[in-house]
Design a protein around this ligand. Structure first.
Ligand SMILES: NC(=O)C1=CN([C@@H]2O[C@H](COP(=O)(O)OP(=O)(O)OC[C@H]3O[C@@H](n4cnc5c(N)ncnc54)[C@H](OP(=O)(O)O)[C@@H]3O)[C@@H](O)[C@H]2O)C=CC1
Ligand SMILES: CC(C)CCC[C@@H](C)[C@H]1CC=C2C3=C(CC[C@@]21C)[C@@]1(C)CC[C@H](O)C(C)(C)[C@@H]1CC3
Length: 418
């Protein structure tokens, strides 16, 4: 049995109390959003329109549907991949190997959904099942996290995550104890991070568009755009799947309730909020406003993709001609830090791009309600907190070089503001 790492690793998320609060708060917020969005006033703040009973939330069909979805995505994960990538070196000096075929999974899912539509599958009925589906996804995330926690009890110490092994059961359950839980060579965290949730989000958006077409004859311009923008976002992340291997979620975080719930329930059901809002609260969007919003989205995407690609290319091969001219700071680890280009303007240009895109998605819902802006407010909170965590980890990794970087690049996310 692996011993806990002890209390040396600093506790994040406000320790056990913070973890317990988040574990209750996030599912509660998700159900509040699902209930509020379909109510007349669509209020973000204030009590939910009603409290659903267990008979509204629980459906064995919804559970079956969630398992079928997970099974389908797992089968697509196991298909031959265009590329196999190696992860970062682990404590036992080994590197795990990952199939890079998430974009292929998206395309194959789209083909299967197309066939299902041709066969007459009533996908427009799915929005009526969101509450039981979200409940089933939460249940799977909870039970899955319990199993992951138990699995970690018999894992070797070298398999444990840097955080998530404080010895406090609540905190460790939330953050996750094992870094890369595997079933044979199937990496459960890597699989869950992108595919079921992100592809599920796009599918949920599509069902909302179908439902709108059934109700009103055709989807609105705003619904087309929100579907297109978010499909572009998800497609882009899946296309650049390999970049996931260097994120803190894969390198640092264990696989616990935070990621299991975040990936399987929160992403598909909370991130589709704008499309849900448009179904129940149609907005008339004129072409001039639509053009402005498309421009905002394009600017956000340009920054997001430019910054992420520049860092990924540099991390893969610092002498690549596309990044070889950029100024860098050497670090004691042998790796360098970019101090010009996107990463010389602010410390997290990719977050800024992400936030600008989130603004564009929310603007599609008009300005009459605060509810569709929840995603933007949430993303600001998530990324500000994530930036602080990343900063701590970089300070530990790079020490003085990181301090020098922070001295030269003063602003974190928004130039001259933050
Ligand atoms: N919509 C959502 O819910 C979320 C979206 N995202 C998005 O995902 C993307 C990835 O974000 P995330 O995983 O948080 O982290 P980042 O891609 O920002 O990666 C941070 C890491 O980059 C490296 N780095 C930092 N500064 C430099 C520099 N100057 N030069 C070279 N390398 C540097 C460091 O790692 P090292 O040196 O070890 O390589 C650091 O730990 C972002 O675009 C973000 O917006 C993220 C989370 C949630
Ligand atoms: C307190 C709650 C229970 C936890 C909520 C947090 C989660 C919603 C997020 C934690 C890390 C996430 C990541 C993404 C989505 C949100 C969650 C699950 C991510 C898949 C989004 C797209 C990015 O490009 C990414 C780097 C792949 C993200 C990985 C982390």
């Amino acid at each position: 049995m692996a011993p806990p790492q002890g209390s040396r690793a600093p506790l994040e998320f406000g320790g056990p109390l913070g973890a317990a609060t988040l574990m209750l708060l996030f599912p509660a917020i998700m159900f509040h959003l699902l209930l509020a969005v379909r109510s007349g006033p669509a209020r973000l703040l204030g009590p939910p329109p009603y409290l659903p009973g267990l008979e509204t939330l629980w459906s064995p069909w919804a559970l079956l549907l969630c398992f079928t979805w997970l099974g389908l995505q797992a089968a697509l994960y196991l298909l031959p991949a265009r590329n196999v990538a190696e992860g970062r070196e682990l404590k036992d000096k080994k590197r795990l190997r990952y199939p890079i075929n998430a974009f292929q999974a998206l395309v194959l899912t789209a083909l299967l959904v197309g066939l299902a539509l041709l066969a007459g599958l009533p996908l427009g009925k799915l929005p009526e099942m969101f509450l039981p589906l979200a409940f089933a996804a939460t249940l799977i995330a909870f039970v899955g996290s319990v199993l992951l926690y138990l699995k970690a009890l018999v894992a070797p110490a070298s398999a444990l995550a840097p955080g998530g092994n404080s010895g406090n059961a609540v905190y460790d359950f939330f953050l996750g104890r094992e870094l890369n839980p595997l079933i044979c060579s199937f990496d459960l965290k890597f699989f869950c991070e992108l595919r079921p949730g992100l592809i599920g989000w796009v599918l949920i958006n599509l069902t909302l568009m179908i439902k709108e077409a059934e109700l009103r004859g055709s989807p609105s311009l705003a619904m087309w755009l929100v579907n297109g923008f978010q499909l572009l976002y998800v497609g882009d992340i899946l296309w650049h799947e390999e970049a996931l291997l260097t994120t803190m979620d894969i390198v640092h975080n264990g696989f616990g309730f935070m990621l299991a719930f975040g990936d399987l329930a929160w992403v598909p059901f909370a991130y589709s909020l704008q499309a849900q809002f448009l179904l129940y609260h149609p907005q008339s969007l004129g072409f001039p406003m639509a053009s402005v919003i498309c421009l905002i989205k394009a600017v956000g995407y340009y920054i997001f993709r430019g910054a992420n690609s520049q860092k990924n290319i540099f991390r893969k091969n610092p002498s690549d001609p596309r990044v070889a001219d950029l100024e860098t700071i050497p670090t004691a680890t042998g790796r360098q830090l970019l101090v010009s280009g996107w990463w010389g303007m602010i410390r997290h240009p990719n977050y800024l791009g992400d936030l600008i895109m989130a603004l564009a998605w929310s603007l599609l819902c008009g300005v009459s309600h605060l509810l569709p802006y929840f995603y933007l407010l949430y993303l600001i909170t998530l990324l500000v907190h994530r930036e602080a965590r990343d900063e701590q980890q970089c300070l530990q990794k790079y020490g003085l070089a990181w301090q020098e970087y922070c001295r030269r690049v003063r602003y974190r996310i928004v130039p001259y503001i933050y």
